[in-house]
Design a protein around this ligand. Structure first.
Ligand code: FAD
Length: 620
């Protein structure tokens, strides 16, 4: 009934969808096996993509040839570039998505991807031979063979849903939990752990009084995620902001004695930066209000997502408290919030390719690795697929450095440091964030994606054009002289000191409050010259000129680190035989088995002194 597949992807969440699409595009014959084909690419929690650091990840996925950016552009209802008042390293695209259309667009896109087959059923185990994954087995007792298997089970492994004192097995609201895989993997020598996450109630938008809330518009000139020719939004839907108050908090407190979290029924650690409303009230007892973002779930649906009100208190407590929020006095609840506990596998059991150490040709991606978030999951799916495809075709592993991509930072952190609470990306996790901007992900990664056989030639051509145009604009700005009379009134308007003699346009752009657009507006000849180029090339040139010194410094720093980074040590060192290594370093190095000195240096518990010992041992 089934052919032998090249790659079997288990689970069609954000990781699974990217994995299946990427492996198929690269030429693998793919089976996407998932419990329910009606929930392909379901957004389990908030209907939104991107945000701080996560938006950069979506841009990187897109630059490599992945699909999340395109699907988001096709189905978003609002777009905002967050942190625009800060430097460009912090600019982060965020889209409010149409939840149903997002899932539908992903499914249709996968259906149209050559080389992707589907199978709807619960996968209960993997087939192994001689320490290698060779397929899967399902709840119907079917065995399907594949040269590599990618597990992307999300929150489904032995998932337990909690609402107040009620508990039920489930991988997500109204969906079964997945059994069998954890137990089998533990038998095969894997270590498993438990985490939890939660989601807020959804309400009927027709029952809300938006006049009592603050309207939050999308950007006036919205941008988009994909570097391809997807279109920015012509129309957008607004979100709204309201607040909890002491009355809301008092009602919520009446449910604390039935809270699964406070009563110890939930053991797993939850996402630190996405706490439940009861957690916020408890931890910040002095605050008399918390912000609530009221977010539409789509263009046409009346369902509304109550962002900031995640809860696992009894449903009637959630309902009563909700109705004390300004604008929610008549709110009708569609679905209660809940918490979910699930199994994950500490990611120190992975290689940097996301292949597991205990079982060859088995890859893990997404929430199963202890991460949280669609974007974090999607990029792991993409990377696991690239590496699985390369491995079975005898090609080189594909690993991104920390200085090349947020994706590199994420995987490096997971594999080397591990995580005991749901891991989400932040700009602060990236030491080279000035290089890892949302505006240059295509310049950083599209050639790599093309060489992998993933990004289309049209993408490469587009980025080559952008690079050439950017260089041309930079040369022009660095040569274009401006007289005091051309620019001083603009400088005064911007609060910047006037010039007393001729200065190059590029020099002026380096000033803190002078932007390329200001110069273009003040000097018609420059404005006219720049209007010949695409917006992104002009933006890129402006950033490159303005931050030139910082960027160069950061490249130099990254190059220095990369000398160490690339020095291969795997299999060359017997850590047990080096007495000068600290006990903790020895244990960690033996556990992680780092591939390079750079990787070793980032293992928590391995100090710079331990690295010096290793360098001496290696004669470096
Ligand atoms: P998922 O999207 O969970 O997809 C897993 C897929 O695998 C599903 O299609 C499922 O049907 C399938 N599957 C699982 N097991 C099997 C099996 N044995 N056989 C066949 N198919 C299988 N993220 C945030 O960033 N912030 C939040 O606040 C947040 N809150 C959340 C609240 C809840 C209640 C839930 C459920 C998730 C929340 N998330 C949150 C997490 C976010 O949804 C995930 O990080 C993201 O969806 C993970 O993607 P994934 O592809 O790893 O897994």
């Amino acid at each position: 009934m089934f052919p032998e597949y090249d790659i079997i992807v288990v689970g069609a969440g954000h990781a699974g969808c990217e994995a299946a699409a990427a492996a198929a595009k690269m030429g693998s014959k793919v089976l996407l096996a998932t419990m329910n084909m009606n929930t392909i690419a379901q957004m389990s929690c908030n209907p939104a993509m991107g945000g701080v650091a996560k938006g950069q990840i979506v841009r990187e996925i897109d630059a490599l040839g992945g699909m999340s950016g395109i699907i988001t552009d096709q189905t978003m209802i609002q777009f905002r570039m967050l942190n625009k008042s800060k430097g460009p390293a912090m600019w982060s695209p965020r889209a409010q998505s149409d939840r149903m259309r997002f899932a539908e667009a992903w499914r249709l896109s996968l259906e149209q991807t050559e080389n992707v087959d589907f199978w709807q059923e619960m996968v209960t185990g993997i087939e192994t031979e001689g320490g290698k994954a060779v397929g899967i087995r399902t709840s119907l007792g079917i065995t399907i063979r594949g040269k590599a298997v990618i597990l992307t089970n999300g929150t489904f492994l032995n998932g337990i849903i909690h609402i107040g004192e009620k508990q039920m097995g489930g991988g997500r609201s109204a969906e079964k939990s997945a059994k069998g895989i954890t137990e089998q993997l533990v038998e095969l020598g894997f270590e498993a752990g438990r985490m939890k996450t939660g989601t807020p109630p959804r309400v009927d938008g027709r029952s809300l009084d938006y006049s009592k809330m603050e309207e939050q518009f999308g950007d006036e000139n919205p941008s988009k995620f994909s570097y391809t020719d997807t279109q920015p939004l012509a129309q957008q839907r607004s979100c709204y902001i309201t607040y909890t108050n002491p009355e809301v908090h008092d009602i919520l407190k009446t449910g604390f004695e039935k809270s699964p979290m406070f009563q110890g029924r939930i053991q797993g650690l939850g996402p630190r930066y996405c706490p439940s409303i009861e957690d916020k009230i408890n931890r910040f007892a002095d605050r008399d209000r918390h912000q609530i973002f009221v977010e539409p779930e789509g263009w046409n649906t009346v369902e509304v997502y109550v962002n900031g009100f995640s809860s696992s208190l009894p449903e009637h407590v959630q309902y009563e408290a909700l109705r004390k929020i300004e604008g929610f006095e008549n709110a009708k609840m569609f679905r209660p919030g809940y918490a979910i506990e699930y199994d994950f596998f500490p990611p120190t059991q992975l290689n940097l390719t996301l292949e597991t150490k205990p079982v060859e040709n088995l890859y893990f991606a997404g929430q199963i690795n202890g991460t949280t978030g669609y974007e974090e999951a999607a990029c792991q799916g993409l990377m696991a697929a690239i590496n699985a495809h390369n491995k079975i075709n005898g090609k080189e592993p594909f690993v991104l450095k920390r200085s090349e991509a947020y994706i590199g930072v994420l995987i490096d952190d997971l594999v080397n440091k591990g995580t005991d609470e749901p891991y989400r990306m932040f700009t602060s996790r990236a030491e080279h964030r000035i290089l890892l901007r949302q505006d240059n992900a295509d310049i950083r990664l599209t050639r790599r994606g093309y060489e992998l056989g993933l990004a289309e030639e049209s993408r490469l051509k587009a980025v080559e054009k952008k690079v050439a145009e950017t260089a041309e604009i930079i040369a022009y700005l660095n040569n274009k002289p401006l007289e005091p009379g051309d620019i001083n009134s603009k400088l005064e308007e911007l609060g910047s000191a006037p010039i007393t003699e001729k200065q190059r346009a590029g020099q002026l752009i380096k000033r803190p409050n002078v932007e390329i657009e200001d110069i273009a507006k003040a000097v018609p000849a420059i404005g006219e010259y720049l209007s010949k180029f695409r917006k992104e090339s002009v933006e890129q040139a402006g950033i490159s000129v303005k931050y030139e010194t910082y960027i160069e410094k950061e490249y130099a720093m990254a190059a220095k680190m990369s000398e160490l980074e690339n020095y291969n040590i795997k299999g060359k060192i017997n850590y047990r035989d080096i007495p000068a290594l600290s006990k903790e370093a020895k244990e960690k190095l033996l556990k992680v088995e780092p591939e390079t000195i750079g990787q070793a240096s980032r293992i928590s518990g391995v100090s710079p002194a331990d690295i010096s010992v290793l360098m001496v041992y290696l004669g470096k």
